[in-house]
Design a protein around this ligand. Structure first.
Ligand code: HEC
Ligand code: HEC
Length: 381
């Protein structure tokens, strides 16, 4: 009998265990950054899924620090007066509290600023999903004429002339030659650290705390089918569902992975005639007309006004919209089941108040006030 056999088995088992714990932490699997920068381990709350990072842009301490300076850097705009944070303020979950955002020339855009929350999990960016990576997304606002309205060469020469930035780029990426792609990488790293998963709701789910009973009942409604209990409700193109007296929200703002978005595009019945093509503006497919990215509902109580054009001033207006079922149209989502003017979702005042209490429990004070997200001042070593 070979006595080393059990030892070899143990070794193999040990290696397998090691390999599998590495798999849970994709950040750790990546090769160290070529620049010699320090790998950064991002803490992910246990009720959120593991986050994958692009192989060519792993998180590093130096990259995130640089990204934070750049996020607050007004020299990225044509008049040196506006930074990313001008429309993405940390206390508002990185939105701006306006219906539509205005750029440096005070020209109003036609869409509302989006909160920046858990975007490391996203595959599509902007309301219409026209960017497919954070790195790609970030290249846009700097040159957008109704946002920061600069040119990248001009913005880059301002940073290159700074006494500190070339050193920060050298530390993060191993070169002091600043270009737009490295700016995009650094800012993308900073945005990936914007993880929200410590709201009262999260702590309740992790058995670390509680939320009011009303919030628990509100979550229950959120997770249930709309329509009177037992009522058979037709769903266009799908099998009918049986009403559960709920609010239907879960179909799109999926709670299972803790993200409150299904990362898909839907028409939630805002209009009968469309002024903004939404997703169809990207795909050219008429079936995508007026479909928009499902936004997360995390920190939703601090990000009013609501929807892609900021049309609803407060959460009551949002619930009125869903309760009346929205407008029918060729592309309205089949799970907007009550667009028929004679039907209603049936959100009584009590149910609304419970849903609002649940939405309140998604406000993550640690996220909104995290010192690591605040303005670091002018770039320094
Ligand atoms: C003038 C206001 C304004 C400025 C400045 C601005 N943004 Fe935005 N941001 C917006 C608006 C409006 C949208 C939605 C645009 C759309 O969907 O067409 C948006 C969308 C985004 C998104 C997509 C979020 C998602 O869930 O898909 C990210 C990421 C983002 N901005 C990051 C940045 C960064 C980084 C900067 C600085 C380089 C920046 N923004 C500067 C207004 C602004
Ligand atoms: C059919 C899919 C779908 C269903 C069902 C649905 N939503 Fe939405 N929700 C969306 C989409 C898509 C948007 C963005 C629409 C836009 O801006 O044009 C949105 C936007 C919102 C917003 C505004 C978010 C922001 O950042 O401006 C809130 C709040 C909201 N939904 C809450 C709810 C609640 C509460 C329910 C249940 C009563 C619900 N939703 C049901 C898809 C859905």
């Amino acid at each position: 009998m070979n006595r080393s056999f059990p030892i070899i088995l143990l070794l193999i088992a040990g290696m397998a265990a090691f390999a599998s714990c590495k798999r849970d932490d994709p950040n750790e699997e990546l090769p160290p950054p070529s620049s010699g920068a320090t790998p950064y381990h991002l803490e992910i709350p246990s009720n959120l899924p593991p986050m994958q990072f692009p192989a060519d842009n792993p998180l590093t301490v130096e990259g995130i620090d640089l990204g934070r300076f750049l996020f607050y850097e007004k020299r990225l705009s044509g008049d040196n007066g506006m930074s990313c944070a001008s429309c993405h303020a940390p206390s508002l979950a990185f939105s701006d509290g306006k219906a539509v955002s205005k750029g440096i020339d005070s020209i109003a855009g036609f869409r509302s600023s989006m909160p920046l929350i858990n975007l490391g999990y996203s595959q599509f960016f902007f309301w219409d999903g026209r960017a497919s990576s954070l790195e790609q997304q970030i290249l846009e606002p700097v040159k957008n004429p109704i946002e920061m309205h600069d040119t990248w060469p001009n913005a880059m020469s301002k940073l290159q002339a700074d006494a500190v930035y070339p050193i920060l780029f050298e530390r993060a990426f191993g070169t002091d030659q600043i270009d737009s792609l490295l700016v995009a990488k650094a800012v993308a790293q900073f945005i990936r650290t914007m993880v929200s998963g410590n709201s009262p709701f999260d702590k309740w789910r992790r058995n670390e705390g509680s939320v009011p009973v009303d919030a628990q009942l509100g979550f229950d409604l959120f997770q249930k089918e709309g329509g009177a209990i037992g009522q058979i409700i037709p769903v266009a193109g799908s099998t009918p569902v049986i009403g559960q007296g709920g609010a239907d929200c879960f179909h799109c703002h999926t709670a299972d992975a803790g993200l409150f978005t299904d990362e898909q595009f839907h028409n939630n019945g805002l209009d009968m005639n469309f002024t903004d093509p939404g997703r169809a503006g990207v795909t050219d497919d008429p079936a995508d007309m007026a479909k928009f990215k499902t936004p997360t509902l995390r920190n939703i109580m601090v990000t009013a006004p609501y929807m892609h054009d900021g049309r609803f001033a407060n959460i009551n207006e949002v619930l009125n919209h869903y309760n009346t079922g929205g407008h029918p149209s060729a592309t309205v989502d089949p799970f907007m089941k009550f667009t028929d003017p004679d039907m209603e979702l049936g959100l009584t005042p009590t149910k609304r108040q419970q849903i609002i209490s649940f939405l309140n429990s998604l406000t993550d004070e640690e996220f909104l006030t995290n010192p690591a997200f605040q303005d670091p001042g002018s770039p320094h070593l």
